[in-house]
Design a protein around this ligand. Structure first.
Ligand SMILES: Nc1ncnc2c1ncn2[C@@H]1O[C@H](COP(=O)(O)OP(=O)(O)OP(=O)(O)O)[C@@H](O)[C@H]1O
Length: 359
């Protein structure tokens, strides 16, 4: 693997005394892959990114890039940030206001002969689609364009790895997702390896080949978006990614494979269902995603609409069963039912995700 983090911990304060901001996080990225760290505020995303950059010493574990040991707690190796060959892009762009766009991009290339520097700047301007703005000042550009300049400036030095800390968070939501797609395309075009930090799921899904979900300094899962959604490793990941609820379930043996009994009905034909023996008495909590619940007038199970949120092509309904359980359902928006109305629902679950029962 090109980037390899082995059980990296980061702690602030005096050695051995500070509380760990990151505990034993392991992840790897192949050359040309894009990784994203996501999680709630204060979970340690930035600290882990800074440890990779060499801006924080690791309190345990090791960081390797292209086979080279950059940080290693055991042997005391700690390559300084400027010798790691790593570029960084931050939320606030940090462009020089008095320099033109082209001079901002060429700023870190002073060591190159003039002609080579100009060629490199022109390449970068083309790459981010801003060749027409070369002579302008940064303040004459939009936020999205300024962030492209910051990206071009970081890439101009041909870093081995690019780190981006919440690069789109000061932009409008609409622009953010679009720019995330554009930046992914730019990075893929030059086969760059990059690690992002964000707290925005749509952005993470738009940009990442691999996504890591963190909480309280732990990296719960490092996987692709599909696996995070359909095979969450922990209850936290299950709750953090997408919309869903946990509902009590009972796994029962059946000749065709195990089934799960829930208040919304029996889940049959499910992939990857554990055997009843996995939990005491087969009792578990089942993750029911909003897209696992189908509105069906013919269904025998009825649920009362407690809340509804319009999402354009669909509603996200929050429903309450007569037995008290709450479920969520995506329903096409032409089914515009009223709050308090009872509608028929049935489960349609392909991947069943279960966890030990919690009260
Ligand atoms: N320089 C520092 N000194 C002491 N504690 C710090 C320092 N930087 C971060 N922390 C603490 O480390 C923990 C992780 O912070 P970090 O900034 O890495 O989280 P984050 O997930 O990036 O958060 P956010 O999304 O809010 O930026 C937090 O408890 C934070 O208060």
């Amino acid at each position: 693997m090109f980037l390899q983090l082995d059980r990296v911990s980061v702690a602030y304060g005096r050695p051995g005394q500070g509380k760990a901001a990151v505990s034993a996080a392991s992840l790897s990225l192949g050359r040309g892959q894009i990784g994203v760290l996501i999680g709630p505020s204060g979970c340690g995303k930035t600290s882990l990114l800074r440890a990779v950059a060499g801006l924080e010493r690791v309190a345990a574990g090791a960081v390797r890039l292209g086979g080279e040991l950059l940080s290693d707690h055991a042997s005391g190796v700690n390559v300084p940030p400027e010798h790691r060959g790593i570029g960084m892009v931050f939320q606030d762009y940090a462009l020089f206001p008095h320099l033109s766009v082209a001079d901002n991009i060429g700023f870190g290339l002073a060591h190159l002969p003039r002609r080579e520097r100009d060629t490199r700047v022109a390449e970068m301007l083309d790459l981010v689609g801003l060749a027409h703005a070369a002579k302008r000042a940064p303040h004459q550009l939009s936020g999205g364009q300024q962030q492209r300049i910051a990206l071009a400036r970081a890439l101009a030095r041909r870093p081995r790895l690019l780190l981006l800390d919440e690069p789109f968070s000061s932009l409008d939501v609409d622009l953010r997702e679009r720019l995330a797609h554009d930046v992914r395309a730019i990075l893929k075009q030059i086969d760059a390896t990059a690690l992002f930090v964000t707290h925005d799921q749509l952005e993470a899904f738009a940009i990442g080949d691999l996504i890591g979900v963190m909480q309280h300094g732990q990296l719960d899962q490092w996987d692709d978006a599909y696996a995070l959604y359909h095979r969450p490793a922990t209850r936290f990941v299950a709750g953090f990614i997408g919309h869903g609820v946990f509902t009590p379930g009972q796994i029962v043996a059946h000749p065709g494979g195990p089934r799960v009994r829930t208040a919304v009905g029996e889940l049959a034909d499910v992939d990857e269902c554990l055997l009843p023996e996995a939990y005491p008495g087969g009792a578990c909590d089942v993750l029911l995603r909003a897209d696992d619940i189908v509105h069906d007038d013919e269904a025998t199970v009825k649920a009362c609409i407690e809340r509804k949120a319009f999402r354009g092509s669909e509603f996200l309904y929050t429903l309450r069963l007569a037995t008290g359980e709450q479920v969520l359902a995506h329903v096409p928006s032409h089914h515009d039912h009223q709050l308090g109305e009872w509608i028929g629902i049935r489960p349609q679950v392909d991947h069943v995700v279960t966890f030990p029962r919690e009260n």
